[in-house]
Ligand binder design. Structure first.
Ligand code: C5J
Length: 234
């Protein structure tokens, strides 16, 4: 077992039965000129997640973690998988399916819907397209984890209080142990980032554990692994 110092107490896991889950690091949420920015959000708050997450991804690949999973929030082009409640909610200038700066908003196959180049999935890594905020709802995520014997998740990505939280809550109810990496998750709202992480570890770890990525990497990467991590951002 590997032990990571974490809040509220050390997180223990076996890398072979653990999945690194990278939630929705999509161009439209993270990049300048994307959908997120058209809504008035400061995307630099999400971009700060990228360098530490690249290191975690490199570490997970180098040690052969049980699974590496990337998720993307989005819908089929005819929007048949998008409930009216999601499609019509609020008064945004751009709705799901509208033409946006990087293609149709949150539509599978569009440029903005895809994962940023810095975190592009490698061959053999799972990519889960999800119509909702959680990674289990309406997807094969749960079945894929079960098929690989995964029991623990290391959860990263954006946004902390929306898709990360929904996924952790879904996972917790299904019996998965979840470690959320504080600097590898991001929110457009600093107060939500702080509260979102606190809510996970509160009450003795009601949804899971929280730790910085350095704690995970130190636990996983003995000095002999240093060459595998060369070239990743510091
Ligand atoms: C995600 C969102 N990925 N905030 N979506 O959190 O709408």
């Amino acid at each position: 077992m590997t032990t990571v110092p974490a809040d509220p107490y050390p997180f223990e896991f076996a890398p072979a039965t653990t999945a690194l889950v990278i939630i929705d690091m999509q161009r439209d949420f993270v990049e300048l000129g994307g959908f997120g920015e058209t809504l008035g959000n400061d995307v630099s708050l999400l971009q700060s997640v990228v360098p530490p997450l690249q290191k975690v991804l490199a570490t997970a690949r180098a040690i052969g973690m049980g699974a590496i999973v990337h998720t993307r929030e989005g819908h089929v082009p005819d929007l048949s998988d998008c409930p009216p409640a999601k499609l019509t909610r609020g008064e945004p200038s751009l709705r799901i399916g509208d033409p946006g700066p990087k293609g149709r908003i949150l539509i599978r196959g569009e440029y903005g819907h895809d994962i940023i180049d810095d975190l592009a999935p490698a061959p053999g890594e799972l990519v889960i397209d999800k119509p909702g905020k959680g990674s289990f709802h309406g997807t094969t995520f749960g079945a894929e984890l079960q098929a690989r014997g995964i029991t623990s998740l290391i959860v990263t990505g954006v946004t902390t209080e929306v898709c990360v939280h929904t996924t952790v809550r879904e996972a917790n109810d299904r019996g998965y142990e979840c470690l959320v990496l504080s600097d590898c998750t991001g929110s457009y709202f600093p107060e939500f980032q702080k509260a979102g992480l606190a809510m996970i570890a509160a009450q003795g770890g009601i949804f899971g554990w929280v730790a910085p990525s350095t704690a995970l990497i130190t636990a996983l990467a003995p000095t002999s692994m240093a060459p595998a991590l060369e070239g990743t951002p510091s």
